[in-house]
Design a protein around this ligand. Structure first.
Ligand code: UD1
Length: 420
């Protein structure tokens, strides 16, 4: 297992290019299941989750080919030979559940392993299943698998989600593109990645309106066709590097970052004393003055994203005064807290809230990554800490961040990957 060795205390300055969004790219690849024609996706990030999705699509018999040498542009398409998403892939990556709706819509049947829990919570898929049942699917859970069928095809209906789940919205949205008649998804999630998916689906011939609002209206069509689409920039990667500028008192230009997608993250950075400047095709983030404690509550978009919670916690651990973070999306997303405390942070967790009492400085220590975003919070802490931090289990990080060591080293960080 690879490790990162980080020597802290350096101010970061320079440019970092933000890659394609993991959470948009994965769903856009799945959209390739909705047509036999070619879907060409560009700005594909080079991360492990994308490779896993490639394996899953190939398991369904669909061709996934590199258009360029690097694999930044992919061509997806072809006949579906298997409607099964097996346990070994689904257990590796929960987003695999998103093949359920598209397979049902195009093939009228699907067999997808139940994802089970993960490090950050139990994460059920009940809303995905109930929504698909409303569209006429018959669903049986058997031997750890979801067996779903819709012999005459799916039929549009009104689905009211009890919570604006990102995954349930996307699964139903994709399924509804090929259902008979009109589907309405009420209390749909509004994350920008869903907007990117809608844009691509409409390019493929789908008829979806209401993008960016809480109600999506989908008029089903007979078939979708091929299209070309560039994956949006990763707002979470962008926000993460903004925190790197914040915690090191640095000055970073984040190329490709879009302020409009970041919503509450920008406001919170500014409240914490970090300056954010919109530039053409970039965001500049810098800090000269002290960091200030702020209170944060994670919420569905446009609220503060749960995927930025751990990174802000690292930054606020060296702010003046106290901060309170309340996590409302996942029940177990504080696994980075004991690790940050081992580096000298003063954080107490009470139920779903954490109180962070700012300390003047952190000190390097051996720490362990537990999930994707938590891993980066430990890198941020290491960048600001005195001395050396050794971060192990960085395979969590490789799932969703591309070339972390290269990007950070290019702006002045001392970070080295040790291969084992
Ligand atoms: C997506 C993102 C993830 C992000 C999350 C919230 C991807 C691949 N992942 O995950 O990075 O942290 O949105 O912004 O895009 N829930 C249920 N029943 C369901 C579905 C969800 O109870 O059927 C619960 C979940 O357990 C969780 C909450 O709803 O507590 C939010 O989950 P959801 O919005 O669905 O997140 P994901 O799509 O899994």
């Amino acid at each position: 297992m690879d490790r990162f060795i980080i020597r802290g205390g350096r101010r970061l300055e320079g440019e970092i290019t933000i890659g394609g969004a993991k959470n948009a790219g994965l769903k856009l690849m799945v959209a390739g299941l909705l047509t036999g024609e070619r879907l060409i996706l560009s700005n594909v990030p080079q991360i492990a989750d994308i490779a896993t999705m490639r394996d899953l699509l190939r398991q369904h018999g669909v061709a996934v080919e590199n258009v360029d040498a690097e694999g930044r542009t992919l061509s997806i398409g072809g006949p579906i030979e298997s409607v099964e998403a097996p346990y070994d892939i689904v257990s590796k990556m929960r987003a695999s559940i998103l093949v359920l709706g598209p397979l049902l819509a195009r093939m009228h049947e699907a067999r997808v392993s139940l994802p089970g829990g993960c490090a950050i919570g139990t994460r059920p898929v009940d809303m995905h299943l109930k929504g698909l049942e409303t569209l006429g699917a018959q669903i049986r859970l058997e031997n750890g698998y979801i067996n779903a069928s819709a012999p005459g095809g799916l039929v549009g209906d009104r689905v009211v989600l009890p919570f604006a789940s990102v995954g349930a919205t996307e699964n139903l949205l994709m399924a509804a593109t090929l259902a008979k008649g009109r589907t309405e998804i009420v209390n749909a999630a509004r994350e920008p990645e869903i907007g990117d998916l809608v844009e691509c689906l409409n390019r493929m011939g789908a008829r979806i309106s209401g993008s960016g609002t809480g109600t999506l209206v989908i008029d089903g069509v007979e078939a979708l066709h091929g299209a070309e689409h560039a994956i949006m920039a990763d707002r979470i990667e962008c926000g993460t590097y903004a925190c790197a500028a914040g915690i090191t008192g640095g000055d970073l230009r984040l190329i490709g970052g879009r302020i409009g997608d970041l919503g509450a993250v920008i406001r919170t950075l500014e409240e914490a004393g970090v300056e954010v400047i919109a530039e053409e095709n970039a965001i500049r983030v810098r800090r000269d003055g002290p960091l200030q404690g702020v209170d944060i509550m994670t919420e569905p978009y446009p609220g503060f994203p749960t995927d930025m919670q751990a990174q802000f916690m690292a930054m606020l651990s060296v702010a003046e005064g106290a901060s309170m973070i309340t996590e409302t999306i996942f029940e177990n997303r504080y696994m980075h807290v004991p690790e940050l405390n081992r580096m000298g942070a003063r954080i107490n967790v009470h139920g779903s809230s954490a109180i962070i009492r700012g300390v003047p400085s952190l000190s390097g220590a051996p720490v362990m990554a537990t999930d994707l975003r938590a891993s980066f919070s430990l890198i941020l802490a290491g960048l600001a800490a005195q001395g050396e931090t050794v971060l192990s289990r960085i395979y969590h990080l490789d799932r969703g961040y591309e070339a972390v060591d290269r990007k950070l080293a290019a702006v002045g960080a001392s970070i080295e990957r040790v291969r084992e």
